[in-house]
Ligand binder design. Structure first.
Ligand code: UDP
Length: 241
């Protein structure tokens, strides 16, 4: 088990990148399920208004700090937590699948993105074992759940955006065994080359979110005012201590 802290009543695990990846590998080897949430301030703000989502987060086995806002909030509590980017983490999980011949399932993003992603992964990794792949725009959720169950993946990457992806994984968790499941947001668009990641220097400075807002200005209303409110409340929490 890893150590946990709570940010505005939502759990966040205190783990290194390697520990998080090892947790995934151990769970698969021990035939246990592991729901991994890559959390950011927007999700914590949403959880406060959405009790069903808060419940899902409270039941996730591993919650890792994505986003510099989470890192800052943890720092205010005296915890030095490295940022674990969702895009990097899911790439590591794909490589883990290739190395160990784990069954991989992919759900989410537009149909053309999913097709491009599957072709790209197959050409990059000859032996990749993709047992399920479907775009993220569907009405027949029960059928999709059933098909994934039949495919019995050991790693499941779900890119439906938050909180949809976390809620979907929570339902699926009841139906699988020995699967590591991660909500990966816009990662498929990045992997398939449809969205460019911020240059390394922006990533290093923790400004990837700003780069994405500049590239997709409609994101602004998603992070504003959620981000400043989150930071303000984190400061208040640390003062109250
Ligand atoms: N998406 C989807 N089905 C939906 C809504 C969204 O598959 O009903 C996909 C969308 O195409 C994109 C991803 O979910 O690939 C969400 O990306 P976004 O950039 O919003 O996620 P973030 O990284 O900000 O969590």
């Amino acid at each position: 088990m890893t150590n946990r802290t709570y940010l505005q009543n939502i759990p966040v695990d205190i783990v290194t990148y390697t520990q998080a990846l090892n947790r995934a590998m151990e769970s698969i080897e021990n035939n246990k399920n592991l729901q991994v949430v890559t959390i950011n301030p927007e999700m914590i703000t949403n959880a406060k208004r959405n009790p069903a989502f808060a419940n899902v987060l409270n039941h996730a086995e591993l919650i890792i700090a994505d986003g510099v806002g989470i890192k800052i909030a943890m720092k205010l509590k005296g915890i030095n937590q490295e940022r674990i980017g969702g895009v990097d983490f899911s790439r590591s999980l794909i490589e883990l699948c290739v190395r160990n011949n784990y069954r991989l399932a992919l759900l989410g993003a537009k149909d053309e993105v999913m097709s491009a992603l599957v072709s790209k992964l197959k050409s990059e990794y000859n032996d990749i074992n993709i047992v399920f792949a479907h775009n993220g725009y569907f009405n027949n959720e029960e059928k999709i759940l059933d098909d994934i169950k039949k495919a019995a993946p050991q790693v499941f990457l779900c890119a439906l955006g938050s909180p949809k992806q976390e809620m979907f994984i929570y339902r699926l968790k009841e139906m699988l065994q020995g699967c590591t499941m991660v909500g990966v947001g816009g990662s498929f668009d990045v992997f398939a080359g449809y969205v460019k990641r911020a240059p390394k220097i922006w990533q290093k400075l923790g400004l990837e979110w700003l780069y994405r807002v500049i590239k997709q200005p409609e994101r602004f209303k998603r992070i504003f005012p959620a981000l400043p409110i989150f930071l303000f409340e984190s400061i208040m929490d640390s003062v109250k201590k």
